[in-house]
Write a protein that binds this ligand. Sequence first.
Ligand SMILES: *Cc1c(COP(=O)(O)O)cnc(C)c1O
Length: 501
Amino acid sequence: MMKYISSRSKQEPNMAGKNAAQAIIKGIAEDKGLFVPEKMPQSLGDMGLLTGKNYKEIAYLVLSRFLPDYTEKELQECIDCAYDEQFESDKIVPLVKGGGAYFLELYHGPTAAFKDMALSILPHLLTTALKKEKIENKIAILTATSGDTGKAALEGFADVDGTEIIVFYPHVGVSQVQERQMTVQTGNNVHVFGIKGNFDDAQAAVKKMFNDPCLATELEEKGWQLSSANSINIGRLVPQVVYYVWAYIKLLEQGIIQPGEKINVVVPTGNFGNILASYYAREIGIPIGKFICASNKNNVLTDFINTGVYDAKREFYVTSSPSMDILVSSNLERLLYHLSGNNGQLVASLMKDLDEKKKFEASDNIRVGLTEFYGGFATEEETTVAIAELYQGDHYLMDPHTAVGYKVYSDYVEKTGDTTPTVIAATASAYKFSETVVNALGLPSQIDGFKAITQLKEATGVSVPRGLRGLDKKPVLHNRVVEKSQIPEAVKQSLSDDYHR
Ligand SMILES: *Cc1c(COP(=O)(O)O)cnc(C)c1O
């Protein structure tokens, strides 16, 4: 049976791994590493045989490989509950041609960003895991968000029995629509806090709590256990592998590629979860040539891919693609583990450098592995120009994150002349960032995000996602903003409210 082990584990032969259910419940390993598959699952085999399957069928094939301790019935139930009418497209993920590439539209779920792809199923995977492992503790889901994970996690976990969901978002740095989506969330187990800090601060505080044995004991006594809805949780990552397989099969069905032919993928990247999922897709048999990693002005990953040096000691910028405003990109740790030839000890020392010096340097074999990646970034100006040009040229409307991806794709093609069919992850609806998109299209400037939605709708005729309609009329239920040092206190408070309820 496949095991998950820590990305920082020492290579001792009888190192006890966790099964998938245990890894999903725990979220992060005891030595602060991330859970990685000890051995990659078996390949999906001949892709030509998978044409004609729907999204749920592909999801089952992929999930059953990565989560083999779940029974077929358990996985089917989780999949059925996730990929249903809450998605506004019956295909779940449409693949749309534009700008010489193929946009994989991952944003037709309830919160209009790609985080729904995984967070619609994670609560089911988690509650199933708790039953499988006969765990009776209640689970407190701690979530740091750069804007989109928070709402998708709230939506996924609201009123899920036996869970309490607590979200921390940067009070300055998310879009008006993103913030409102979170602060109007209903549900008797939801807690939302703005923090005076950025995503990295929120993520660091959350990770620290996971590794605080005193806090664990304190919560344990009250029947609580912590877990994570961030992409550090393997239960977030695995459902993201599905749509890369799906994209490949759609291209096969349309005769754009032949079985075995390579594609490239472009992923607008922040915490490195989405692009890592494409790497996992390649590991189970999807022929991917280049992994094109697109960053905004916070271009720490571009520099890392190009130089092998990860240097987080740099200025942090708030940009128009806030979900990528990240300097400490967590899932990179998993890639380092795989590229280093599963050398957990090396990864542990690199992560120690990152902790202490905010910087680390890749080893030679990691550098070799990185040559499969292309790193590029787009400035704020380039991002808005990309939105305008593709809309004027092809009438394809992109949000700023997707536009960062498209700009980096264009640069890559220009530089290399590579004509490999390319899939670009379209990660959010333009309506989530309508102020930026309205400005980019040269419409009268609008600082109010809700008015900008109406304006954008009138100008483009593109329909507004269900989850964003009428958002400005909903009552704000959460308005607490805390210092980053108060995050642990906010967690205890949230759980004790519930405890005394
Ligand atoms: C989260 C997010 C990203 C970045 O994805 P990672 O998995 O963190 O790299 C990009 N675009 C949007 C819209 C997002 O919400």
